[in-house]
Design a protein around this ligand. Structure first.
Ligand code: GLN
Length: 483
């Protein structure tokens, strides 16, 4: 196996045993990126020179840390000190943050080395990376298809063996939906589990940091690094962080799994079948698998497209041409400066959401739409709470379909939005969830979503780990024709 193909845990072992060094790993990763990223287009910025220097420094004098000397990449909405952070928007085309996001600080603290920044939908609004102001990324399993979104660059990069680990954000499914489309692992922790400081805000009551990795053990390892209270993020919780990695077990005997009828009804036939097959695996391992109901599921997506844009319209207010990025220098007064800068800086999807969000928050519309959406959100949460009284985890497809073609949904936004119908409810309820590969349909990966109670990441990871150990779906790799 080549170094770039290894998981984090394997790389750690290689380094510990001195069979390789940090420079060899970084060189392998950069070589792989040079080899395949012309096709995949996952990266917006490469941190090559700095990363190679850091690796050399590490080899001269190794520093301690769980992922010491190992490369990682982050979605381009994570602030990185001295490294361009564009959110895939013209608005922030030249923005260089003066500080690191809290989780980037933590990965540095654990010894990791930043290799680059990953493509995404503009400001994390989208399902395919097609709203990126720069270019769409391509699904390594079929280059004519989307890798999903908004963290499509991250999922594509991990699937194409360009990077062993990527950090992302997940507001309505952005860690899980692209992970599902690209056949990798995507973890969204409980809302409040991980600090959001320094991740450019989209919809603050839904946003959470996420992880995209090659396997579940790596996701557990990284969650242990990034989780925990941060006084600089008022929504982060003061809860003990378990050592997720060392408590991982495949013993799930007696685990109670519910599979929601409504989700399976809405999934395409063979996607549902692939996940049902996975449920049989769980029964073989001694879990109890039963059908459950989440009756308000169908209202989650419409409510999300009110709450998300409402919060986005407020968060996007800070991009006014004065404080950050794009500025309309031809403006003759302040009003023109602001509107001209926003007009040039934002792409159509971001504008659409700002307009929608402003509308649903306006007087007279607020009660009719926004308040109503908040009530729906509560019903969705109550649905989950009800099921979790009797079950440990919920298992469903991550997406109703497999990856669609680039451009296929260009004139049909709703179809594109619908790829998140099974992921959005989880954010509405603030729950932890993970997508793991569970097979191929028509040569394209299918993801299985496991959802757990708030802060039950240990149960979540164990369930995913047990499945992974019993099957080999996560070992399947796309053929990019260069290996
Ligand atoms: N696709 C969803 C949206 O467009 C979710 C994106 C996300 O999780 N950032 O809003």
């Amino acid at each position: 196996m080549e170094l770039y193909e290894l998981t984090l845990q394997q790389l750690i072992k290689e380094l510990e045993s001195k069979r390789t060094n940090a420079q060899a790993i970084m060189t392998a990763v950069m070589g792989r990126i040079n080899e395949v990223d012309g096709k995949v287009q996952a990266f917006l910025t490469l941190n090559q020179t700095a990363a190679m220097e850091k690796a050399a420094e590490f080899d001269r004098q190794p520093w301690p840390g769980v992922i010491a000397g190992i490369p990682f990449a982050v979605k381009d909405n994570y602030c990185t000190r001295g490294v361009k952070t564009t959110c895939a928007s013209k608005m922030l085309e030249d923005f260089i943050p003066p500080y690191d996001a809290a989780v980037v600080e933590k990965l540095h603290g654990a010894g990791g080395i930043l290799a680059g920044k990953l493509n995404m939908d503009e400001f994390a609004m989208g399902c395919s990376t097609e709203t990126s102001a720069f270019f769409p990324s391509h699904n390594p399993w079929d280059l004519e298809r989307v890798p999903g979104g908004s963290s499509g660059g991250a999922a594509a990069a991990v699937a194409a063996d360009e990077i062993p680990l990527a950090l992302v954000s997940d507001t309505g499914g952005s860690a899980r939906q692209p992970a599902s489309y690209c056949g990798v692992v995507g973890l969204k922790p409980t809302y409040g589990r991980v600090s959001r400081r320094g991740i450019v805000a989209y919809a603050s009551s839904l946003d959470q940091a996420g992880i995209i990795s090659k396997d579940v053990a790596d996701a557990a390892l990284v969650l242990g690094i990034i989780a925990g209270h941060d006084p600089r993020d008022s929504t982060s919780e003061k809860k003990e962080v378990p050592d997720y990695s060392t408590v991982l077990t495949t013993d799930i005997k007696g685990l109670k799994i519910g599979y929601p009828r409504e989700y399976f009804q809405q999934a395409e036939g063979n996607v549902g079948t692939a996940v049902k097959k996975a449920l049989l695996e769980f029964e073989k391992m001694g879990a109890i698998v039963e059908e459950v109901s989440l009756p308000h599921s169908e209202y989650a997506l419409p409510a999300y497209y009110i709450i998300g844009p409402a919060e986005a319209s407020s968060n996007m207010g800070r991009f006014d041409g004065i404080r950050y990025g794009q500025r309309d220098n031809s403006a003759e007064n302040v009003a023109e400066l602001i509107s001209g800068s926003r007009q040039r800086g934002f792409g159509p999807e971001v504008k659409r959401r700002i307009i929608l969000g402003t509308y649903v928050l306006s007087s007279g519309k607020y009660e009719k739409y926004y308040l109503q959406a908040l009530k729906v959100r509560r019903l969705i949460r109550d649905d989950f709470t009800g099921v979790f009284n009797d079950y440990d985890v919920i298992i469903a497809p991550t997406t109703p379909n497999t990856a669609f073609k680039i451009g296929e949904n260009a004139s049909d936004l709703i179809t594109s939005y619908r790829s998140d119908i099974f992921t959005v409810p989880v954010n509405m309820a603030g729950l932890p969830a993970i997508s793991v590969p569970c097979g191929l349909v028509g040569g394209l990966p299918v993801g299985m979503q496991i959802i757990a109670k708030p802060f039950a990441e240990t149960t979540l990871l164990n369930t995913a780990y047990a499945f992974e150990q019993a099957t080999d779906h996560h070992q399947l790799k796309p053929d990019l024709g260069v290996r």
